[in-house]
Design a protein around this ligand. Sequence first.
Ligand code: F3S
Length: 773
Amino acid sequence: TDSVSPVASNVEARTPPYPKLLKRLEEVRRLLPNRKLTLAEKILFSHLDNPEESLLGGTDNGASIRGRATLKLKPDRVAMQDASAQMALLQFMSCGLPTTAVPASIHCDHMIVGEKGADVDLPNSIAGNKEVYDFLESAAKKYGIEFWPPGAGIIHQAVLENYAAPGLMMLGTDSHTPNAGGLGAIAIGVGGADAVDALVDAPWELKAPKIRGVRLEGKLSGWVSPKDVILALAGKLTVRGGTGYIIEYHGPGVESLSCTGMATVCNMGAEIGATTSIFPFTPSSHVPYLQATHRSSIAEQALRIASGPQNLLAADAGAQYDDEVVINLSELEPHINGPFTPDLSTPLSAFKATVEANAWPETFGAGLIGSCTNSSYADMTRCESLVRQASEAGLKPKADFFITPGSEQIRATVDRDGLMQSFETAGGMVLANACGPCIGQWSRTDGVNKGEANAIFTSYNRNFPGRNDGNRQTMNFLASPELVTAMSYAGRTDFNPMTDTIPLPNGQSFRFAPPAGTDLPSAGFAVGNPHFQPTPPVADSSVEVAIDPESDRLAVLEPFEPFPREDLTGLRVLVKVKGQCTTDTISAAGPWLKYKGHLPNISENTLIGAISADTEAVNTVTDFDGSSHTIPDLAKKWKSESQPWIVVAEHNYGEGSAREHAALQPRYLGCRIVLAKSFARIHETNLKKQGVVPLTFADEADYDRLAGCDEVRTEGLYDVLQRGGKGEVSLVVKKQGSGEEVRVPVKCNLSPDQCGFILAGSALNLLAKKGKS
Ligand code: F3S
C-alpha cells in the first residue's frame, strides 16, 4: 500500500483545458453582455463549439436560451463502463478512426457478480467474461483509451478519484455520470452513440437545460448525511421533476458537505431525471480532496480561477434560476425512499407508521452498503463507528450485511485503516469493487425465492423492481449507509436507530450513538493492488481488436435501413405499455448484461418487463390471429415477416438509465416509432440516434384509442423531417378487428441534426456517410 499513486504522473492529461475555457467564456460574455450566468451555464457555454451559433441563432438574440437553444458542445473527456462500452466501441470502430479525439476511459464494473465475496466472485467473473474484457482491453490499447480492469472499481468512483475536476465537462455512458458534479464538473450520462460523437470530435448536441437552484442552508449533523439531501429532494420533485433541468446547488450549507458527499447528492440527481447536477468549487472540501487524490496542481489552478475576474467555477452574483428549492440542513431528517421507486420518500420518524399502513414486511433480509453512490471514506468511517459500537455491546447484524467498496483505492485504504476488519468481524461480507448487487448481479444465497415478497435496505441509488436480485417482489428501500448499517442490526423495517433500542442478551438494551467519521484518511489514500491500475492512454494501431465471429457475446454491427422517402405505412402496434416503463423494463439487466455486445442475442429480452394494457399481463401480447406471445417473440416474428411496428406508452417512457440497448434492440427488431405521453431525456435522445422516431400525444386521452395490432400510418412525418423536425403529425389508426379509422394528432420534436439521423437510418449511418464523403 504505497501512498504514491502511479497515476499521479499523468495529472496534466487529466487537467481541464482552463486557458481555452476562460477564453471561450470571455467570448460568451461579449455575446451576452448583460447576462448573469449560473455556474452550469458558464461551464457548458465555455465548451461550445461555436458560441455565436448556439447562443444567438434562433433564440431571440440570446434572450431565451434555456429550454430553447440547441447547444453544440465539445466535451473534454468520455468515460464508459464495461456493459455500455461494448456497443460504444463497436459503433466507434465502424467510423474507422485511428484514435479517440478526446481522452477516454473504460471501467470494468458492471459484469461482476456479488455472491460469495470479492476473493471468489472476482476471479469467477473475470473467467466468465474473458471474451468481453479481452475485446475491451484490445480496443482500448488500439485507440489509446485508459483501461481500468475488473476489480479496479466502479466507474463513478474512479472518475471522481482521477478525472473529475472543477470546470470539466465530460460525458459518461452511464446515467449516474453526474456523480462527478460533486467536484464541480458538468458530467452528463449518455448512450454509446452520443459518446461516439465526442470520441470522433463531432459536436454533441444538448437542448439548453433550464437551471433549478437548490439553496442549502444550515449544517448537517448527527444521523443526517448528504444522501438525505437527495432522498428528500427526490420526494419533493418526483422522478420527473428534474427533466430538462440542471440542478445547481449553492448557498451557505454547501460548505458543510464533503466533496464525496456532494458526489452522492449529484449521483442521485439521475433519479429525478435531471440532465446533471453540480456543486460550485468549494475550496474547504475540494482542495483537500484534490490534494489527497494526487492532483494538487489542479487545486492550485482552480483557486487561481476562483479569485480571477471570470470565475468559471461559481455562479455570477445575482444569476437567475428558473426555480429554486431551499433545504435547511439543520432541520433535515434522515429519509428512506421506496419501495420500487426512488421518489417515494418517507422521513425516518414516520417510517414505522408507513410500514404498518402499507403492510410492508416488518423484517428485512439484507443490508447492503457502498456502491458508486455511497462508498467514500466518510461513509465507511461513519458506518464503521456504528459497527464498532454494536460489536462492543456484543451484537451482530440480524440481516445479512454486505459492503461494496467503490474502488480499489477505497478498499485498500479502509483495509489498511482497520475498517474492513471491523466489518468482517461483525459478519459482513465484502464484495468486489464493482456494481454487483446494484445492477442485478446478485446471486442471493439466503433462500429467498424468485417471486417471494421480501425487503432489503441499500445505500444504492436505484430501486426499480428486479434491480438487485432479479426478483420483482424484492422491496428495495434506499437510505444512507449509516441508516442501512444500524437498521441491519435490528433486521426490522420499523426500527428507528435514533430513538429505538435493541435488547441485549444480559437484559439491558442498546442504543446507537450518532455515527462519526472522517472525510479523508489522515495517512492518505492507499494505492492497493498494482494490477488494478489503468493501462496508459497510448494508441497502438498494430493491436488487433479481439472479436470472434463465432461469439455469442460480441457481434459486429450491421447498419439499419434508412427512412423511406415518404411517410411510414403499414406499421402495427406491437405493445401498448401500461404504467411505468423504465430502461430496465425495455432491456433488463442482470444475466442479460453478458450480451451487451451482441445485438441479436440481447434483443431476446426486449420489453420483457412491460405490462401490456390489452392483456394486463407482463410480457404477454397477442398476434393478429389471437395467438399469445412474449413481446420479444412477437417482435422477432414480425421482423421475419418484414412487419414494422410501434410501441405505445404512458409517461416518462425510458426513465432510469442511459442504456442505449433500450433503443437499439427495438430498432433492430423493427420498431420505427415510440408514441408516448412523455419521454425521459436520455432515452428520447437514444431513440433518435438509432433512427426510431419518438412522438408524443397532442392529447394524452388518445392513449385510450390505441390497442395492440392496430395498423398505423403517419401523415406529415416525412414532411416534418424535411422541415427541421418540429411540428404536428397525424397518425391514422385502423382499428384491428373493426377496421374503423381514427386520427390521432401527435407532436414531433426533433432538431435538424436529429432529422438527419432518422432519415439516414441512424446517427452512425450519417457519421459513416460523412466520413466517406
Ligand atoms: Fe454500478 Fe449501480 Fe453505480 S450499477 S455504476 S453501482 S448505480
